[in-house]
Design a protein around this ligand. Structure first.
Ligand SMILES: O=C[C@H](O)COP(=O)(O)O
Length: 253
């Protein structure tokens, strides 16, 4: 049994839009019975991050969904990692496939953001994952290695990696209802851990949490959670529903 703490992140993406919806989600989280052994992190839209952190129970942490590589300057529309730290936001999601695809973020930029976020004192949920075409052509492990490899070039110490949670999110499973099988998630996450062992060190590989994201819901989470290299989840759509509580508790006995 691994000593890694189970981790469940809620990625609200660009939701909710109304104050009422936001309040309902916060009430749902504040009234939930969460497994005490699971670390729970909620990523609201950045505009709401401070308000959500103020209203949320203190055993649930808040993440931003993105940040820039610079602390300040003429970068219209961006959020700086230093500003997040100053605002008391401890986590940031970086490299989400929606950012890579819709906003053309390269693995190199994601790596620079990861470096900047850690330098500013943030912890990072670092997303990686392949497209359907890449999976079908047998390129999954290489795609994940390439994405992580850029980060490894800039972030290599044990201390820095203790601030990173790797989220394996196959692009074909995100928001599609097409969850990876537990065998597929385990196979890729095991290979990802093996890559971290060879590129960094066995110690870093053993202690880094590798979570799964992509159509996780309260029905499929328990089976996925049984896999030895699945250390938790990054949840999109289902994090906006009451079923999220069961996902947080997927690893509880
Ligand atoms: O960050 C979360 C992932 O994009 C998964 O989203 P989903 O659970 O809606 O498939």
């Amino acid at each position: 049994m691994s000593s890694r703490q189970f981790f469940v992140g809620a990625n609200w993406k660009l939701n909710p839009c109304s104050r009422d919806e936001k309040k309902k989600l916060i009430d749902m989280l504040n009234n939930a019975n969460f497994d005490k052994n699971t670390e729970v992190v909620v990523a609201p839209p950045t505009l709401y991050a401070i308000a959500v952190a103020d209203l949320l129970r203190k055993d649930v942490k808040v993440a931003a969904q993105n940040c820039y590589i610079k602390a300040s300057g003429a970068f219209t529309g961006e959020t700086s990692p230093t500003q997040l730290t100053e605002a008391g936001i401890p986590y940031v999601i970086l490299g989400h496939s929606e950012r890579r695809t819709l906003f053309h973020e390269t693995s190199s930029l994601v790596a620079q953001k990861t470096r900047a976020a850690i330098d500013a004192g943030l912890s990072v949920i670092l997303c990686v994952g392949e497209t359907l075409q890449e999976r079908e052509s047998g390129a999954t492990d290489n795609v994940v290695k390439e994405q992580l490899g850029e980060v490894v070039k800039l972030v290599s110490s044990e201390e820095d990696w203790s601030k990173i949670v790797v989220a394996y999110e196959p692009v074909w499973a995100i928001g599609t209802g097409k969850v990876a099988t537990s065998a597929q998630a385990q196979e890729t996450q095991k290979a990802t851990r093996a890559y971290l062992a060879s590129a960094l060190s066995p110690k870093i590989a053993e202690s880094t949490r590798i979570i799964y994201g992509g159509s996780v819901n309260d029905k499929n989470c328990r089976e996925l959670a049984t896999q030895p290299d699945v250390d938790g989840f990054l949840v999109g759509g289902a994090s906006l529903t009451p079923g999220f509580v069961n996902i947080v508790n997927a690893n509880a006995s």
